[in-house]
Design a protein around this ligand. Structure first.
Ligand code: ATP
Ligand code: MG
Length: 476
């Protein structure tokens, strides 16, 4: 006996079953007969929907699974293997709708084609991943092979340029210099490739120290000055209020800045302008590099920091620079952002790097003169150190050893030399202080005293020193 419903099941495209409260089939449409390869509806009516699903959980216990969920939601969807009347199987998407207390509508769609193509795509993806792994493997093997000869070429070129083979004609020097630039560029690429490989398999070791970012940025800008001047570009670092420190790998960060700034020089036409800025915001040091060059099209922005991605082929490159920038920055707990055009303008590119700011190093000033301390801290304010004042007494080394290890100890040379030397000697014998550089600022450098200080590797400088020189000395 077929239940009468206002809904004609044959009007439904999917295989459709009407079941009672226990999921026993009371009616179905022709499509259901076709999909389940039954002879007619009578083959199906009277059977339980749980007779059909195969192995796959939760399909294995359809009724319980549906029952539990259908009290809370109007329908439930399950993807599972399904057995046909003839025992063959297919992938099905089964939807159970609750019509009333004792009536359910179940539809089944054959999704074998979709599942198979998904599986094929997954397999293709895996093959692609394997191919990429192989390519990376190959590239890093080749890079390794290249590094040794490149290093010796660079060494030979440096020696020849230093005159080890005698004075060379001007033209030869010019060619050697060009060669050297190219060899160094190749070495950078080779190192980039090796770093990428190590980042990929998680073996890249960072050698972290407290790095003064402003200084590192200024040095990188200096290294690129000639390149920018050749293109008549302005390349500048805007003045910043005080030095900021991050705990980072010096060489890796240098590479980050170099890649960003050399891109700015490369993708900015003649007479362009490149400006770097450094500031602190919410516990992060931000380095922002703006250029007014060719910019990056909006569609390419999300991809520029992917490996090997490049926009156009008119300027040579490998497309690795920004991926190194992003990956190294992230490895340091920072973030990378690219914007084009530069906000509030119509052209150029802005790259922003954010790195977690670290504690500043501390310099201990040993003096009993407030005037000396004031003068020194004022001169040293740009380096962003934390200053701590200490008195010269017998317990000084112990005092210094209990707090955070100082980055540098600076003595007021007006204090008695014998007492300073005594303190220096104890400091240098102390296991946690032995490597701390010591500086004495004095007006009275006598040869004997000087020799005594030299024995203890103490740096002695005149008290009348320019702020810039003192900053350089203390930063080391
Ligand atoms: P290399 O690996 O030698 O650095 P590259 O410069 O092409 O090669 P990336 O530094 O990764 O590679 O940069 C990726 C792409 O992003 C570049 O090809 C360029 O199209 C675009 N791009 C990067 N920086 C800038 C910029 N400052 N202005 C305009 N386009 C840029
Ligand atoms: Mg680049």
């Amino acid at each position: 006996m077929h239940m009468q419903t206002p809904l004609s099941l044959d009007a439904i495209y999917e295989a459709a079953f009407l079941t009672d409260g226990d999921f026993k089939i009371v009616d179905c449409n022709c499509r259901a007969v076709e999909v389940l390869r039954a002879l007619n509806k009578d083959d199906l009516v009277g059977r339980k929907i749980s007779d059909f699903p195969s192995d796959n959980e939760p399909g294995a216990d359809f009724p319980t699974y549906f029952q539990e969920r259908l009290t809370a939601v109007p329908f439930v969807v399950v993807e599972s293997r399904f057995s046909r009347h003839d025992g063959s199987q297919f992938w099905a998407e089964t939807v159970a709708h609750r019509l009333s207390e004792n009536a359910h509508l179940i539809t089944i769609r054959d999704i074998s084609a979709r599942v198979e193509s998904f599986q094929r795509a997954e397999e293709a993806n895996e093959r692609l991943r394997a191919a990429i792994r192989d390519r990376m493997e190959f590239v890093s093997n080749v890079s390794h092979e290249l590094r040794t000869p490149l290093t010796s070429m660079s060494y030979a070129l440096t020696n020849m340029l230093r005159g080890i083979c005698g004075t060379l004609p001007g033209k030869a020097v010019e060619y050697l210099e060009r060669l050297h630039v190219d060899v160094k560029r190749l070495m950078t690429t080779v190192n980039d490739l090796l770093d990428l490989r190590q980042m990929e398999n998680g073996t890249l070791m960072l050698r972290c120290h407290y790095i003064p970012l402003g200084r590192l940025l200024a040095e990188t800008i200096n290294a690129l000055k000639i390149q920018a001047e050749t293109k008549h570009q302005t390349l500048q670092l805007l003045p910043y209020d005080c030095e900021r420190y991050v705990y980072a790998d010096h060489h890796k960060l240098e590479r980050v800045f170099f890649n960003i700034l050399s891109n700015a020089v490369k993708y900015t036409p003649e007479n362009g302008c490149i400006t770097a800025r450094l500031y602190e915001q919410n516990g992060f040091v931000k380095i922002e590099v703006d250029d007014n060059g060719i910019g990056i099209p909006a569609h390419a922005l999300p991809r520029v920091s992917q490996r090997y991605f490049r926009v156009g082929e008119h300027i040579a490159g490998t497309g690795l620079g920004l991926s190194i920038v992003r990956e190294i920055t992230e490895l340091h707990g920072g973030t990378f952002k690219v914007e084009s055009p530069v906000p509030a303008t119509q052209h150029g590119t802005r790259i922003t790097i954010s790195l977690p700011v670290s504690q500043s190093p501390n310099t201990v000033i040993v003096s009993d003169s407030p005037h000396f301390v004031e003068d020194i801290t004022a001169k040293l304010s740009p380096i962003g150190h934390v200053f701590q004042t200490a008195a010269l007494n017998k317990t000084l080394p112990e005092q210094l050893a209990t707090g955070k290890t100082p980055a540098r100890i600076l003595f007021d040379g007006d204090l008695p030399d014998e007492q300073i030397i005594d303190a220096v000697c104890k400091i240098q014998r102390h296991p946690s202080l032995s490597l701390v550089p010591i500086l004495v600022l004095t007006d009275k450098i006598e040869p004997l005293v000087k020799r005594e200080y030299a024995k203890w590797r103490v740096d002695i400088r005149p008290k009348i020193i320019s702020p810039a020189d003192l900053c350089d000395l203390v930063r080391g």
